[in-house]
Design a protein around this ligand. Sequence first.
Ligand code: SF4
Length: 385
Amino acid sequence: MKNKKDIYQGFEQGPIRPPSESQSLLIRFTRNCPWNKCLFCPVYKGEKFSLRSVENIIKDIDITCNYLNKIIENTENNKQIDQNLINKIFNDSKNKDRTAFNAALNWYFTGMESIFIQDANSLIMKPDNLIYVLKHMKKCFPMAKRITSYARSHTIARIKPDIMKDIADAGLNRIHIGLESGSDKVLDLIKKGCTQEMHINAGLKVKNAGIELSEYIMPGLGGIDLSKDHALETAKALNKINPDFIRIRTLAISPRTLLFEEYEQGRFKKSSDFMMVKELKLLVENLNNITSYIKSDHILNLLEDVQGKMPEHKEKILRVITDFLEMEPEKRVYYQVGKRMGVFRKTQDLSDITLLKKVKETCKLYNITSNNIDSIIQELMGRFV
Ligand code: SF4
């Protein structure tokens, strides 16, 4: 079980987690992404994938668990936790790992309900090792109601159904998959390394194992040329999978990606915000016979209130989308700018005169109009990711 090359250098944390895991304890099982080829993804570029040894993952879990137990012990009987007590707990502890201590402390303050396994695809671990560390983690943190990991469909497709069930029994109860698109043409274009069929098989396997499933979709990923195919084929795949959650994460082209080069050279024709919202409308219109919850929980999304349970909220979601598409062009520009400035969250915020005034002043200052809004949005979003 021991990976001789993996020298322990203290408690580790990876660079990202999904927005829905903001209150989770982050435990790193693997480093970076074993695929690392998706054209739109800047996260692990230049970083090499590696497996952490079981021994080192266990060390991270144990250190965090010891700190957590000390924090709980010291705060029993409603004792007030202040900076002095925090310093005392840390100084009295045998280990002196500030990152692990802070992870335990944050988790304590956020209710100790969920754990997120990092990084991009820890299901690539040998199943025996994965099951072993999951069981150990469950034992150390019995209060955790949810244990989640990112995973690639390609990896899940290779795991036998009974092994997937064992992984679920060991404690993994939610998986986030970057479906991105159900269109084989788009998947090929962005080098996702899997097909619609693989996505469907993997999604169904996760669900059949009793694990909750989130599928991330990416409006705009097919560019202008494949927009329709992207919307229709993604809806088709989602209709077959019926994931628990469909999470929207709008395309933003970071200068650190290979897709940026394609875009700069004119080979990838990026859809405008308006086109992406139209594409999202087509996708939602074609979602049928599913009970998924649609979530728009990423800062890059233009319409935060495209949220709700299918099928009962389908009409409400489509109304939000149509309201944006039918706005006067000038008002639409104000909303786009305000949303990306973090001033607006929802289209209704346009009726707040103070907020609108702020956005209008910005548009005037930088001469933002319906003629240049698309290039400005690309610049803003590219800088953000
Ligand atoms: S599989 Fe995920 S983390 Fe890896 S390159 Fe693709 S999008 Fe990025």
